[in-house]
Design a binder for this molecule. Structure first.
Ligand code: ADP
Length: 402
């Protein structure tokens, strides 16, 4: 047992509810701050659910699938199974707060908030802005409130970190009434960027003040220009479709293409949405997979074209973001592709020497924390991101301040 009953450890539960998954992590408050104790997920909710529980080192403690009769049907049921599995592990702990990842905080919510009925109403009003994610995030909050009545629930938003952007960076060139209606560039992956910015500042005060470009390259991918710890510009916009190509999402597209699909190709909006969210990006271009490892292994012409395009678009955004903050002091790669795909990183950085970005090939091939050429003006770094840890940190800060 990781948390002894005698110790009465304070613990924080983090929930990240997706469309068919519920990810969780448990953090204990120790003398050295927050330490992750367990994490895992229920995947395939509503279809063929599969539960995984890991310890602090990532070793699997439990893994199971379910018969049709016992399978959790929704997030509420999934949370029940998760809590049952966690019970013996957290019995001696007091859950001080539950932190939730919520994709959209709209224009007004620029930092994590304690969830009240009024906040829930505000979050429900944002459902049309994130129809694919927000309903599941709110279902996770409702499920947790039923399981833990009276425990503080805290919402942490993917959009909040970007609320420091100027109007010039956050607006579209449309008549102002659209901005007033909330049609603007919100940006996403904010918890990841905030985590990276905080960790770098803690590691080296100079990096806390520096002009950073962080490339969060996973299945979802975006980049963010950060100056003095604050977001100045980012590649995702009104939705998480904009910016660089992703595993299955198209990224930036001339809006005229969508009009052409509607008017000339007679595709309806559901077909276009499916194409842009699920059948585009690396998967759509390669015709193979959304997984970079499989695309690299395939080596077909279409696979090479997909990787080339991905690298070109990320490189172009690095240049654009550097221009948005008047230069770059450090380029930071994070998330699955950013942390592991060394060949793709090399492809992205090829030709960025004019900005002072050059890789040290051996360090890059070994996925080292520092992969830039020694003595060059721009540091190139790899850092692991941890959105759950960021949420737990926010939950601790918020209840400590209360
Ligand atoms: P998500 O956005 O779903 O959290 P991840 O951050 O886990 O995604 O990133 C998934 C991507 O990372 C996939 O494209 C996968 O191919 C890529 N990836 C993970 N490990 C490696 C590796 N060793 N080499 C190349 N790509 C990798």
């Amino acid at each position: 047992m990781t948390m002894s009953p005698q110790a009465k450890t304070d613990a924080f539960l983090v929930l990240n509810a997706g469309s068919s998954s519920l990810k969780f992590a448990v953090f204990a408050l120790t003398g050295q701050g927050l330490a992750q104790r367990h994490d895992g997920q229920m995947e395939g909710i509503g279809a063929a659910p599969r539960f995984t529980l890991r310890d602090a080192l990532g070793a699997k403690l439990a893994e199971r699938s379910f018969t049709e009769a016992e399978a959790p049907k929704d997030h509420q049921g999934a949370l029940g199974v998760i809590l049952q599995a966690l019970k013996p592990l957290i019995d001696g702990a007091t859950i001080r707060a539950i932190g939730h990842r919520v994709v959209h905080g709209g224009r007004d919510l620029s930092s994590p908030v304690l969830i009240t009925p009024a906040i829930m109403a505000q979050l429900r009003a944002l459902l049309p802005l994130a129809p694919l994610h927000q309903p599941h995030n709110l279902a996770g909050i409702e499920a947790a409130a039923r399981h833990f009545p009276g425990v503080a629930q805290i919402a942490c938003f993917d959009t909040a970190f970007h609320r420091t952007q100027s109007h010039a960076a956050a607006s579209f060139a449309l008549p102002p009434r659209f901005y007033e209606q909330g049609i603007l560039r919100y940006g996403f992956h904010g918890l990841s960027y905030e985590y990276i910015a905080r960790r770098l500042a803690a590691e080296d005060a100079a990096l806390g003040k520096a002009r950073l470009i962080v490339a969060h390259l996973g299945n979802g991918a975006s980049l963010c220009a950060i100056e003095g710890g604050q977001s100045r510009a980012t590649t995702m916009g009104f939705t998480a479709l904009d910016g660089v190509p992703m595993g299955t999402r198209s990224g930036q597209l001339d809006p005229g293409v969508v009009l052409h699909m509607l008017d000339s190709l007679k595709m309806n909006s559901a077909e276009i949405a499916h194409l842009l969210y699920h059948d585009s990006g690396l998967k759509g271009m390669s015709g193979i997979s959304q997984d970079v490892r499989e695309i690299e292994a395939a080596g077909t012409e279409a696979a090479e074209a997909a990787l080339d395009h991905f690298a070109f678009r990320v490189r172009r955004e690095i240049g654009a973001l550097a221009a948005s903050i008047g230069g770059i002091d450090a380029l930071v790669f994070t998330a699955g592709i950013g942390e592991n795909a060394h060949r793709l990183r090399a492809r992205i950085c090829a030709g960025l020497g004019f900005l002072g970005i050059n890789l040290a090939p051996d360090a890059n091939a070994a996925n080292r924390p520092e992969i830039g050429r020694a003595g060059d003006p721009v540091r190139v770094l790899i850092r692991h991101t941890d959105e759950e840890a960021m949420i737990a940190e926010h939950a601790l800060e918020l209840i400590s301040a209360a």
